[in-house]
Design a protein around this ligand. Structure first.
Ligand code: UDP
Length: 361
């Protein structure tokens, strides 16, 4: 039941335009939020870098695009790196537009993982909420999240407890999980397909370990995702017999969603404290069991022995052995688990109840 139609301004990632894949999982999370809030009858304006597009079913949202230079991604800098805003940077421009629009809105929900929106939050009248999309990859960011938690803890939310544990928060973290449009993921019963891996191809995602598993099994690993670090990808390719990796590249999310269900198992091997791991839940939504390191978000969203196997982080032998146990997992459990815990509708209800506690609607 709608108490009052909310007017929400969303700030997108300042890294890449929506649809480019450079923003990683935040791109799909934003789509889920837009869709969920529209479904509930709220009004949504999304402020995003120039070139951004929204899927067809989000067309009732207002999309305002802003040109400017990308922020450097925190995860690819030294953990002690300083805050940098490039000349003509897109981040302050996104924030400017959002703040201007917020005079006619109830709140801003920020998904840009960066310092400036956090820092400005206590200084403006507009209620800015932050869905933090990464673990603590940088001291500057950790410090700023901790500072905001001290003064405005209720304005911060996280995807998982593991992610939130990277920050020193004043109180228990607000955990929202994530949400997907599950009708876009078709359940596939067939368990004879290839091994799969998906994500930005960058060192923190640990593709090299999944590739070693495929090589040990003399199998092929299908790899989907944005090629962020070409040198890293070439090194991995050179480390295994040719044909071990089948590169599919970064596909439109819709196409990716259609292909994922063909896998007999999905391997997830992050080296960092993954905030959630969209691709893990997307695989399960198609009925694909996941073999993942017991680390970060995936350790909370894979039920070991039921929707896949969680293994000791960085232990490639254990990872390989768990692939041989994949037939013990009933693919229906994976789909059921996604439906139970990760629909975009339930995710948006959780966001609404978090935000509405502070804006008196
Ligand atoms: N993805 C996609 N096309 C592809 C491969 C991946 O659209 O070919 C999307 C996928 O749906 C997911 C995102 O890329 O939403 C990766 O997000 P994840 O949370 O797994 O990792 P991140 O990149 O945020 O670290």
């Amino acid at each position: 039941m709608i108490v009052k139609s909310l007017k929400l301004i969303l700030i997108s990632t300042p890294i890449g335009f929506l649809g480019s894949g450079r923003g990683g999982g935040v791109e799909l999370t934003l789509t889920s939020i837009v869709k969920g809030f529209l479904d509930m009858g709220h009004r949504v304006t999304l402020v995003a870098p120039k070139g951004s597009i929204l899927p067809f079913d989000c067309e009732r949202a207002e999309l305002i695009t802003v040109g400017g230079i990308d922020q450097p991604s925190w995860q690819h800098q030294d953990s002690h790196a300083s805050m940098v805003i490039p000349l003509e940077g897109v981040l302050p421009k996104l924030l400017n537009v959002a703040l201007e629009l917020s005079k006619e809105a109830d709140a801003i929900l920020n998904l840009a993982y960066d310092w400036l929106p956090l820092w400005i939050t206590p200084l403006v009248e507009t209620k800015i909420f932050h869905l933090i999309s990464m673990g603590g990859v940088s001291k500057v960011m950790q410090n700023e999240v901790n500072n905001l938690s001290n003064t405005h803890h209720s304005r911060l939310a996280f995807h998982t407890y593991s992610q939130a544990s990277d920050y020193e928060l004043k109180d228990d973290p607000i955990i929202l999980g994530n949400g997907f449009d599950l009708k876009n993921y078709q359940f596939k019963l067939d368990n004879k397909g290839p091994l799969g891996w998906a994500g930005r191809v960058a060192p923190e995602k640990g593709l090299e370990d999944a590739v070693q598993v495929a090589a040990a099994l003399e199998d092929t690993l299908v790899v989907w995702g944005f090629l962020e670090d070409k040198e890293y990808a070439s090194k991995i390719e050179a480390s295994v017999p040719s044909g071990t990796i089948e590169w599919r590249g970064y596909l439109d999310t819709e196409v990716f969603q259609n292909q994922l269900g063909a896998c007999r198992a999905f391997i997830n091997t992050p080296k960092w404290n993954e905030a959630y791991g969209n691709v893990v839940m997307e695989a399960m939504a198609c009925g694909v069991p996941v073999v993942a390191y017991d680390r970060g978000g995936p350790s909370e969203i894979v039920k070991s022995g039921i929707t896949g196997w969680l293994t000791t982080p960085d232990d490639i032998d254990e990872l390989t052995q768990s692939i041989s146990k994949i037939d013990q997992i009933n693919r229906i459990n994976c789909r059921d688990w996604a439906v139970e815990t990760a629909s975009y509708q339930a995710f948006c209800k959780r966001i609404f109840s978090w935000i509405s506690r502070e804006i008196n609607i």
